[in-house]
Write a protein that binds this ligand. Structure first.
Ligand code: NAD
Length: 492
């Protein structure tokens, strides 16, 4: 694909409040992580702008949106999906400008999934069934109980930078399908596709105030003002576990419903009977996709001893062969999101050495020159030889790095995989069907893949246990979170 220009070149990205694009006196830069250069400016939503967005969303709950039939609402969701697809190249260019992610990732995952979320939740909302019970009564006449789903109200959507459009729409689509209104705050690192989404909402004629977008930072800024706003009825958040705790504390007084998708330190388990080539290819994806910046990425890889040496050597060779660089120049792996995140990841590369790791691939910064010499690149990195207690084996690094350890038996590897404060996802590689089911069921995670990774069906429950989150998204689980069931009992 030829390089499409950044859609907001020379413009300040606006907020979208009550159906209007609005600027601000204060702005902050959009930085292209491939070059390290600022490529634009974003209007920062101050407290008054957040108030205006929440008020608009509250008013919109009583407007034409509330009277719209489910059929009309879901038709609008499909129109949003169509409009994203019609502007596909712009969305891809905006996502890559903000994140530096590979063209393959942006064109096959981020943007198609962004559109698919709207289509999928339109269909799911149409097919949704609620429960009913025929009940006995002492007089013998009986009663019927049935439930209806009502919107929660104004939903605050706070999303991260790693899969910006995908994760934002994963919340916005079901929230709209259930009839809510929204104030969304994308990550300060990735404001562009969210702003294109606001343009799409405007273009398809979503009533004013139903979807509002406010830009800014987290603590002490737009994010904190939004989640702490008394007129917000629910908060849905994807991001770091520590941010989740802060938001939860702030939401406690208002007793707001919370949906949290948080961090991970995911294990991949490769048994000696696995299809070796498939396990290598799958583990390459699960470690290095999106420069390791997917909450589901495997940062701990456990390999059964008979194939351990061969597996380490092959994974290291493939990691060393990855082309790191400009996404529009055929790179397999782009940069990390920011200078700050690169410094954090490089801190873990240094810590690994201090903790006694053997670095079998990478471990530093690639030598790149020209326009991308100052980009936030790091080498794909593989470690071995660390104890399970090492910080590099326990803490979420969120970069292109994994530690590989050998194991000798099933019980031992299950124990190692589960010995984590996180519990988001696991990948298991084996040809033994019995073992696949047995080990999968023993994982203390919300999601397990057997012989694959990140294979998604949007109807299935998605989320984590322990520090990795609260609640599930996906299919009926999203519809359940974004609506309030109300029981109606009729005495016959
Ligand atoms: P982050 O927690 O730093 O920020 C996420 C969002 O929260 C941003 O929009 C940020 O501005 C906002 N925010 C930060 N502090 C806030 C506060 N006090 N009040 C309100 N909003 C606040 O996370 P990140 O660095 O953007 O994303 C990476 C993290 O997200 C990783 O830990 C990753 O594992 C996690 N993640 C989880 C999933 C999942 O589905 N479980 C998916 C993607 C990413």
């Amino acid at each position: 694909m030829p390089k499409t220009p950044y859609p907001f070149a020379g413009r300040t990205l606006p907020n979208y409040i009550d159906g209007a694009f609005v600027g601000s006196e204060t702005s902050f830069p959009v930085v292209d992580p491939v070059t390290g250069q600022a490529i634009g400016n974003v209007a920062l939503a101050d407290k008054a702008a957040v108030d205006a967005a929440v008020s608009a969303a509250k008013r919109a709950l009583k407007g034409p949106w509330a009277r719209m039939t489910l059929a009309a609402r879901t038709t609008m969701l499909v129109a949003i999906a169509d409009a994203i697809e019609a502007r596909f190249d712009e969305f891809v260019a905006a996502e890559i400008a903000d994140t530096g992610k590979s063209l393959l990732q942006a064109t096959t995952i981020d943007i198609p999934r962004g559109a698919a979320n709207f289509r999928s939740f339109a269909a799911l909302a149409q097919a949704r069934a609620m429960t009913s019970f025929q009940s006995d009564t002492p007089d013998g006449r009986g009663a019927i109980n049935y439930s209806i789903a009502r919107p929660l109200g104004v939903v605050a959507v706070v999303s991260p930078w790693n899969l910006p459009l995908l994760l934002l729409t994963w919340k916005v689509a079901p929230a709209l399908a259930c009839g809510n209104t929204i104030v969304a705050k994308p990550s300060e690192e990735t404001p562009s596709t969210a702003t294109l989404l606001a343009e799409v909402m405007d273009q398809v004629g979503l009533p004013a105030g139903v979807f509002n977008l406010v830009h800014g930072f987290g603590g002490g800024s737009t994010g904190e003002w939004l989640v702490g706003h008394p007129d917000i009825d629910a908060i849905t958040f994807t991001g770091e576990s520590a941010t989740g705790s802060t938001i939860m504390r702030g939401a406690a007084d208002g007793v707001k419903p919370l949906s949290f998708e948080l961090g991970g330190k995911n294990a991949a388990i490769v048994f000696a009977d696995a299809d070796f080539d498939a396990a290598i290819a799958g583990t390459m994806r699960s470690v290095f996709s999106n420069c390791g910046q997917v909450c589901l990425c495997s940062e701990r890889v456990y390999v059964e001893r008979p194939i351990y040496d061969r597996f380490v050597a092959e994974l290291a060779a493939r990691a060393n062969a990855l082309k790191v660089g400009d996404p529009f120049d055929g790179a397999d792996m782009g940069p990390l999101i920011s200078a700050q995140h690169r410094d954090k990841v490089l801190g873990y590369y240094r810590l690994a050495v201090e903790e006694g790791a053997t670095i079998v691939a990478g471990g530093g910064v690639p030598a790149l020159d020209g326009d991308i010499a100052n980009g936030f690149f790091v080498e794909p990195t593989i470690l071995t030889g660390l104890p399970e207690t090492a910080r590099c084996v326990r803490e979420e690094i969120f970069g292109p790095i994994c530690h590989i350890a050998p194991f000798d038996d099933e019980d031992a590897v299950v124990e190692m995989a589960n010995d984590s404060r996180y519990g988001l996802a696991a990948a298991i590689w084996t040809r033994d069907v019995g073992r696949a089911h047995r080990v999968a069921a023993r994982m203390e995670t919300g999601v397990v893949w057997v012989n694959d990774w990140f294979l998604r069906d949007l109807r299935t429950p998605f989320g984590g246990v322990k520090l990795s989150g609260i609640g599930r998204e996906g299919g009926e689980h999203s519809l359940a979170f974004y609506s309030e069931p109300m029981n109606i009992c009729i005495k016959l």
